[in-house]
Design a protein around this ligand. Structure first.
Ligand code: COA
Length: 156
């Protein structure tokens, strides 16, 4: 795992985040969706910064989630392609689970495409399990959405 730090997303981070977003999702969020999260009182966004070869700090991953009463809803997580498979998503999610617990959340929820094998494998490793399926949820591919849940107290 490279040496990285986590900080709250600010508007000036969005160009870097949008680049990773477009590399990572079939239906990428637009800038307006991130701005909506930044303006929302119960939304949280964190970027992972890492020192690159030329010693400057570069955003290599990010996460967006909301905490609604006792539920953490994971909306977005992505790691830049060249930084994947180094434990960054596992580490970032662990930090956010701790934060969500401190804020009173008891369970985390997310939705994922059944074809997203890497994400499903990540979530299963972290203790998520299937609680529901939404048929034809992703319009462009007519894929179902899998709804996964994790009890936060089990993780730490
Ligand atoms: C899913 C994603 C966030 C994982 O990030 P990451 O930093 O590479 O994940 P980690 O290194 O922490 O991997 C943890 C585990 O997840 C699973 N995993 C991650 N990438 C995988 C892949 N390409 N193939 C199979 N399993 C994978 C493995 O079980 C892995 O553990 P291991 O490396 O010990 O085998 C990243 O692939 C990504 O940004 N994908 C595009 C965006 C996306 O799909 N987000 C989730 C939407 S629901």
């Amino acid at each position: 795992m490279p040496i990285c730090c986590i900080g709250a997303i600010v508007e000036t981070d969005l160009d870097a985040i949008l680049t990773i977003e477009r590399q990572s999702f079939k239906r990428a969020w637009q800038r307006s969706a991130f701005l909506e999260e930044l303006a929302c009182d119960y939304a949280y966004g964190y970027a992972v910064r890492c020192k690159t070869d030329n010693n400057s700090a570069q955003i290599i991953a990010y996460i967006c989630f909301r905490i609604i009463f006792a539920e953490m809803h994971l909306l977005r997580i992505a790691v830049a392609p060249r930084w994947r498979r180094r434990g960054i998503a596992t580490w970032l999610l662990g930090k956010c689970f701790t934060l969500a617990l401190e804020k009173g959340a008891e369970a985390a929820f997310l939705e994922v495409r059944p074809s997203n094998r890497s994400a499903i494998s990540l979530y299963r490793k972290l203790g998520f399990h299937l609680v529901a399926k939404r048929s034809n949820y992703y319009r462009e591919t007519r894929e179902d959405a899998l709804i996964l849940k994790k009890h936060l107290k089990e993780v730490l």
